[in-house]
Design a protein around this ligand. Structure first.
Ligand code: HEC
Length: 129
């Protein structure tokens, strides 16, 4: 009779491996991105006052449930901004200030955000891990 013990003995290792994989892929190792001059607390308030939530789902921002733009959940883990620009701080600041200057066809308008406020907003978005 064939015994299935090896298979049973392997399973805790498989479970451990799967658990570690899930932890590793769950944001624990997402490097922290800093934005020069940016303050995440001020950024969260600015996101609220500029009405970004009319077009985006944004964790931590009351009423931010818009579906016109992509959800900004886990934004720190997004690889691209608007599907084409590398997600790095200086480009994100430029994007927040004037999206059509980077992607002429984009539906996201220029909302007249200042450089300093865009830095705060970018700092907040990189807290979304
Ligand atoms: C009128 C709707 C609208 C408003 C208001 C708006 N956005 Fe957007 N946003 C969009 C759309 C649409 C896109 C997708 C752009 C594209 O792919 O060309 C986008 C894309 C983005 C992206 C890139 C997301 C990704 O994963 O690609 C970020 C970041 C972003 N918006 C931040 C903001 C912030 C911060 C504000 C407020 C200052 C804001 N948006 C206000 C419509 C809007």
């Amino acid at each position: 009779m064939r015994r299935r013990a090896p298979c049973i003995r392997a399973s805790p290792a498989v479970i451990l491996g799967a658990t570690l994989y899930l932890i590793a892929c769950n944001g624990e190792h997402v490097p922290h991105v800093t934005v020069a001059g940016g303050n995440a607390d001020r950024g969260r308030l600015a996101v609220e006052s500029y009405g970004c939530g009319a077009c985006h789902v944004i964790p931590g921002v009351p009423g931010a449930r818009g579906l016109t733009g992509p959800p900004l959940n886990s934004f720190a883990r997004h690889v691209y901004i608007a599907g084409e620009l590398p997600n790095e701080p200086e480009l994100l600041v430029r994007w927040i200030r004037d999206p059509p200057s980077l992607a002429p066809q984009t539906a996201m308008p220029n909302l007249g955000v200042s450089e300093a406020t865009a830095r705060d907003i970018a700092a907040y978005l990189y807290e979304l891990r």
